[in-house]
Design a protein around this ligand. Structure first.
Ligand code: AHM
Ligand code: MG
Length: 335
């Protein structure tokens, strides 16, 4: 029997790679130059390269010589640094990128000059979030955020300091049991899985919606006694109400679970990190955009969206509470 949505194709839906997805999206904007699509393509190529490195993480240690050399005699680097280099080098080849900021670089890197009319975008990323999970073969990820360059800024690096509401795209790649990319370009969230046998990301989900409720919270409970009182009250209430706790310790893996199954992810202020641990520009903002685009909420405090925070520095930290709308409301009602 023919599938009604795809006349002529017996019982099948079209296969969509990330490249065709990006081109489909670009076609919705006839004035688009293609620069933006090329930036997304640099990120997807980087994700494939990082994925390949992550899969070999412990093998490289074992096959390399004791000390710091791998089998080719090259000096071994930490995977965070390798992932950072991969993204930097792929993005450096894209004329549309003006400036790049990364968790791994103290200062933003200017790739193409301010006066070059073609350079219209700023890209920020955490190249390998949760990298301590590599030691235990756990999930790690890449998080990215794309902004249009702020033409009002005289200093090109200041272009980065725009609130998350100005992001034009955001996403993450989870290097878990499979390599998964969640992407939004402001029109819902789509999901892709890397097929390693052909080296292509294939679309597996469109316009994802976070379940509005799920009795599950995700935070580092070791910090419980140093959390502000409101969070302690919330935890007491949640445990009394039959909630489960799930915490991978890599934000990408924890947020991915919540995107698919619902629940709430929290990183409140703690004694060790009084402003919160997570970084606003390349961890909290892109996750907040994804979560909101999927129908969830992402707040720093009651009524205060993460996406509305006006940044003052590239590496600033923030409190994060995000996930299913009702579950975020429950947290807020205890603060
Ligand atoms: P990183 O950017 O240094 O990897 O740190 C960020 C990670 C997040 O992925 C994760 O949610 C959090 O740190 C876990 O922190 P903690 O070990 O304090 O619970
Ligand atoms: Mg990080």
């Amino acid at each position: 029997m023919n599938d009604a949505s795809t006349p002529g194709l017996p019982g099948t839906r079209p296969l969509v790679t990330i490249q065709s997805h990006i081109l489909q999206q670009q076609a919705r904007y006839p004035e688009a130059t293609g620069d933006f699509s090329w930036i997304l393509s640099a990120i997807s190529i980087s994700a494939k390269m990082i994925s390949a490195q992550v899969r070999r993480a412990r093998l490289e240690d074992v096959l390399g010589h004791v000390g710091s050399q791998n089998v080719q005699g090259e000096t071994q680097q930490k995977l965070d640094v390798i992932a950072n280099d991969i993204l930097m080098r792929n993005l450096a080849g894209r004329q549309g990128v003006a400036v790049v900021a990364s968790e791994e670089n103290e200062q933003p890197v200017i790739l193409h000059d301010q006066n070059d009319g073609e350079t219209r975008y700023c890209v920020m990323f955490d190249p390998l979030d949760g990298s301590s999970n590599l030691d235990i073969a756990g999930g790690v990820g890449t998080i990215f955020s794309i902004l249009r360059k702020d033409r009002r800024s005289t200093n090109i690096a200041d272009s980065l300091l725009q609130p998350g509401t100005r992001q034009v795209a955001a996403g993450y790649v989870l290097y878990g049991s499979s390599t998964v990319m969640a992407l939004t370009i402001g029109n819902g969230v789509d999901l892709f899985v890397l097929d390693p046998s052909i080296g292509a990301f294939i679309r597996v989900g469109e316009s994802l919606r976070i379940p509005p409720k799920q009795k599950c919270y995700s935070l580092n409970e070791g910090n419980r006694l140093t959390l502000p009182e409101g969070y302690q009250r919330y935890l007491h209430w949640a445990q009394d109400s039959g909630y489960s706790s799930r915490y991978v310790g890599a934000m990408v893996a924890d947020v991915h679970r919540i995107l698919i199954q619902g629940g709430v992810f929290l990183y409140p202020p703690t004694k060790k990190a009084p402003k919160g641990k997570l970084r606003l520009m390349y961890e909290a903002n892109p996750m907040a955009m994804l979560v909101e685009q999927a129908g969830g909420k992402a707040l720093v405090a009651p009524g205060e969206r993460i996406l509305d925070v006006k940044p003052t520095e590239v590496h600033q930290r923030t409190t994060v509470v995000l996930g299913s709308a009702d579950e975020v409301d429950q947290v807020m009602s205890h603060l």
